[in-house]
Design a protein around this ligand. Structure first.
Ligand SMILES: Nc1ncnc2c1ncn2[C@@H]1O[C@H](COP(=O)(O)OP(=O)(O)OP(=O)(O)O)[C@@H](O)[C@H]1O
Length: 309
């Protein structure tokens, strides 16, 4: 099946010469949820703005369901809903009018039943006649989502949808995203919260300094994150990993006073029993053992560092 979104060698250099995107290639399948992770200034917002036609790329192309976002802007833009990072709502407008107006701007005919469904789903129906300025920050975020859904997009972009929102609202957002997915909407979100990517995405992309460092199925990435380290402190210093142990993932550390064994927690066998038996065969005596798991955060930081090197 052709991807719903195809990004080819997308580059963006801002006036003044800053290269915010250095050639991004990415295909997105219909109905998937992709989380884009990256440090501040990595280029996530630039990527989304360029896809949505708010920023003009320096080179490269983007197609949405086959429509080019530059040469077939109207058709491409009609397929996309964007929930921006900044709250940019008219404070004196009523909620229902705000959402209806966006639908109208996309040239869609009035559909009161659809707007009611959208507002109910976002728990905004009882606020439909409230003015925007009377809403809490979390409700305003929901209005942004309602606006983005008002013209029935097939691809929804959420730029840091849960930045600064409380835990309940964050969970609500996650539920909304999975409901949209169930309806076949493709969702691309940027986030600084790794647990958010973990909770809702099918695939994770890591962007740093304008480059997409990695795009991987979340479950595969999780399996890699499942690595753990066992540190074995020794009673006596050794000069090298003993010959009988060299085929294990072992490193000598602490000036020869410890061995670090890295293993995969997802595997049925961790190899620890065999390792301890081998140590005993080699006549190595242990003083202490400790384990630590590499967090998703560490993996992410490691990736970004590697990418920068
Ligand atoms: N209009 C602009 N003119 C010049 N440089 C810009 C402009 N917009 C963004 N940049 C620069 O491009 C880089 C990428 O910015 P962008 O907002 O895309 O990053 P981001 O990954 O979304 O960051 P954050 O996580 O902080 O939102 C930054 O260094 C930023 O300063």
């Amino acid at each position: 099946m052709a991807p719903i979104l195809r990004i080819s060698n997308l580059k963006k250099t801002y006036k003044g010469g800053f290269e915010a995107l250095k050639g991004v290639d990415l295909d997105i399948r219909e109905g998937e949820i992709l989380a884009l992770l990256g440090p501040n200034g990595a280029g996530k917002t630039t990527l989304i703005s360029t896809i949505c036609g708010i920023t003009v790329p320096t080179s490269g192309s983007v197609t949405v369901n086959g429509f080019d976002t530059l040469t077939q802007y109207r058709q491409a833009r009609a397929m996309i809903g964007l929930v921006p990072q900044e709250i940019n709502l008219e404070p004196f407008e009523k909620v229902i009018n705000t959402v209806a107006l966006t639908r109208g701007l996309f040239g869609k005919r009035r559909d009161d039943a659809l707007l009611e469904r959208i507002l109910r789903r976002l728990s905004l129906w009882d606020k439909k006649d409230s003015r925007i300025r009377e809403l809490s920050g979390g409700m305003k975020r929901r209005v942004l989502i309602a606006k983005a859904l008002s013209h029935e997009p097939r691809v929804l972009f959420l730029d840091e949808p849960t930045a600064g929102v409380d835990v309940d609202l964050r969970k609500d957002m996650w539920n909304i995203v999975s409901e949209l997915k169930a309806e076949g909407v493709t969702v691309i979100l940027t986030t600084h919260y790794i647990e958010e990517a973990e909770a809702i995405s099918d695939r994770v992309g890591v962007i740093s300094e304008g480059r997409l460092l990695l795009v991987e199925e979340k479950n595969a990435l999780m399996a890699r994150m499942g690595r753990k380290q066992l540190t074995i402190e020794l009673r006596e210093k050794i000069a090298a990993v003993p010959p009988g142990l060299t085929d294990l993932d072992l490193e000598l550390a602490g000036d020869g006073m410890s061995l670090v064994y890295t293993y995969d927690t997802q595997k049925e066998r961790t190899g620890i029993t065999a390792l301890l038996a081998a140590l005993s065969r080699e006549g190595i005596t242990l003083r202490d053992l400790s384990t630590r798991q590499s967090s998703l955060e560490e993996i992410f930081v490691g990736l970004v560092k590697e990418g920068a090197a």
